[in-house]
Each structure stands twice: as structure tokens, then as C-alpha cells.
Design a binder for this molecule. Structure first.
Ligand SMILES: NC(=O)c1ccc[n+]([C@@H]2O[C@H](COP(=O)([O-])OP(=O)(O)OC[C@H]3O[C@@H](n4cnc5c(N)ncnc54)[C@H](OP(=O)(O)O)[C@@H]3O)[C@@H](O)[C@H]2O)c1
Length: 242
């Protein structure tokens, strides 16, 4: 049985990943505002033969990151997998109009929270079985996206953080990232118009937008393959190729 902490596991990629990893594992299902969806994820985990622990916290604040860690530590002194998944674009803004408050909010949610939660969880990961950390970055950090560049930059920083600590923590702890392309989750509800989603579908070589399960499968692969380290796996139907 692995102890797996997934931040932002109430909806979208985090929720699907929690379900995908649930069998015979204990999943710490973190959520912020989506209590009922998180409860539904927890009951699916239990039905699949896993165990679920629900934890609420606002990770865009230092206090929230610390309270998440304290809640996890009340249940276990060992963490095998940390998945820093909570995140979001928050709001689009053109470069000519940047506001310090938005830059701070976006970086706090997408970058600082993952960095601080990782740092706090180190003593638990040190005791883990083939411990690993997986950060959710984004196709955005590959080539930006007009009016989404603050978000893209925050994910670029998270990607750099991934490689940096992959070296720093080796050989004891593996660290990788997954960079989703356009995935059909609540992420896009407020920030991507339906016409834009259709345009993105058309320019994707596979001619479709992805689903949360496509990302969940990549996360499971990283957990299971103990020679994958310092990597960012792009899951985007070929929308970005390197
Ligand atoms: N969907 C895509 O196309 C796409 C593409 C590239 C990267 N990503 C990345 O993939 C990750 C998962 O996104 P998703 O697509 O699954 O979107 P989502 O369904 O909107 O999930 C976002 C998760 O983050 C949590 N969250 C939001 N604000 C928070 C806060 N202040 N404190 C703590 N948790 C907070 C949400 O919790 P509550 O709902 O409980 O508030 C939710 O569980 C994100 O890091 C996102 O940037 C997504």
C-alpha cells in the first residue's frame, strides 16, 4: 500500500488520478472549494479497494500549505508519492496590463504552493518506498499563450524546480513532471471560450482534446517506472512536439 498525496484532487486531472491510483493505496485527497466532488472521489477510492483521507486547504496561502502538511502528518509518518497538481490560470491578462496582485496570486497557487508543500513533506518522503514527486506543469510553459503568459511562466518555474530538485534529491527521491496539453476539465470553464477549445482541437495532430485519464495514465507510469527521473512527459496529442 502506497501513501499518495494529491493536491487538487476534487476535480479534473487530480480526481481522475486519485481514482486511477486508488486500488490498494491510501490517497490523501486534497481539495479547496469543491467539497462534494472531493467526497465523491473519496467514496470511489474506497469502492475500488483503496483508502481515502479528505483534507481541505487553500494552497495559495502559506498557512494553507502548512495546514495541509500538518493534516497529512497526523495520519502518517511516511509518504511514497506527492503529486503537486492543484493549480489554475485564475484570469487572463495582457502583458500591457499586468497587475502585481495577479502575478502574485498565480505564482502562489501554481509555483510557491508546490515548492512549499514539497519542502514540508521531505521528512515523510525520506521514509517512503521508492518515493517520488510529480509536478503538473503545462504545455503553456513550452510556447506561452497570449494573455495566459503569467500562468505559463508560473508553470515554467515549476518545471525548472522539477529538474533542480531531481538532481538535489537523487538517488533517494525521484522527481518528474507531466505537462498536459488541452485537457477537458473544469480548468477551461471560465478561461477558454468554446470556440477557442474547438480551434485548439483542430490544430492538434490527433484532432481531439485530451481527457483527464490520459494524464492520470502518465502519472501512474512515472510512479511505477523507477528509472524515470528529472523528466517532463508531454501529454498533448502532438500539439507541442520537441
Ligand atoms: N486542463 C488542462 O487543459 C490543463 C493543461 C495544462 C495544465 N493543467 C494543470 O493541471 C492541473 C490540474 O488542472 P485540471 O485541469 O484538473 O483543472 P481543475 O479541474 O480546475 O482542477 C484544479 C484543482 O486545483 C484546486 N485548486 C484551485 N485553487 C486552489 C487553491 N487556492 N488552493 C488549493 N487548491 C486549489 C481545485 O480545488 P477545488 O475545486 O476544490 O477548489 C481543483 O482540485 C493544474 O495544475 C493545471 O494548471 C491543466
Amino acid at each position: 500500500m502506497k501513501n499518495i498525496l494529491i493536491t487538487g484532487a476534487s476535480t479534473g486531472i487530480g480526481a481522475e488520478t486519485a481514482r486511477h491510483l486508488s486500488k490498494e493505496n491510501r490517497i490523501f485527497v486534497h481539495f479547496f472549494s469543491s467539497k462534494e466532488p472531493a467526497e465523491s472521489v473519496a467514496s470511489d477510492i474506497e469502492e475500488n479497494g483503496g483508502r481515502a483521507v479528505l483534507i481541505q486547504a487553500d494552497l495559495s496561502k502559506e498557512a494553507g500549505c502548512r495546514s495541509l502538511f500538518e493534516s497529512v502528518a497526523q495520519h502518517t509518518d511516511r509518504l511514497d508519492v506527492l503529486i503537486n497538481n492543484a493549480g489554475g490560470l485564475i484570469r487572463r491578462q495582457a502583458v500591457r496590463e499586468y497587475e502585481w496582485s495577479l502575478m502574485e496570486e498565480v505564482f502562489a497557487l501554481n509555483t510557491f504552493s508546490a515548492m512549499l508543500v514539497t519542502s514540508l513533506c521531505m521528512p515523510l518522503l525520506d521514509k517512503g518506498d521508492d518515493p517520488c514527486i510529480i509536478n503538473l506543469t503545462s504545455i503553456g510553459m513550452r510556447h506561452g499563450g497570449p494573455t495566459a503568459t503569467i500562468y505559463a511562466a508560473s508553470k515554467g518555474a515549476l518545471d525548472s524546480f522539477t529538474r533542480g530538485i531531481a538532481k538535489e534529491l537523487a538517488p533517494a527521491i525521484r522527481v518528474n513532471a507531466v505537462a498536459p496539453g488541452v485537457i477537458l476539465t473544469p480548468f477551461h470553464d471560465k478561461v477558454t471560450a468554446p470556440e477557442k477549445m474547438e480551434e485548439l482541437r483542430q490544430i492538434t495532430p490527433l484532432q481531439r482534446n485530451g481527457e483527464a485519464i490520459h494524464v492520470a495514465r502518465a502519472i501512474k507510469f512515472i510512479i511505477e517506472n523507477d528509472f524515470v527521473n528529472g523528466e517532463t512527459i508531454d501529454i498533448n496529442g502532438g500539439l507541442f512536439m520537441r
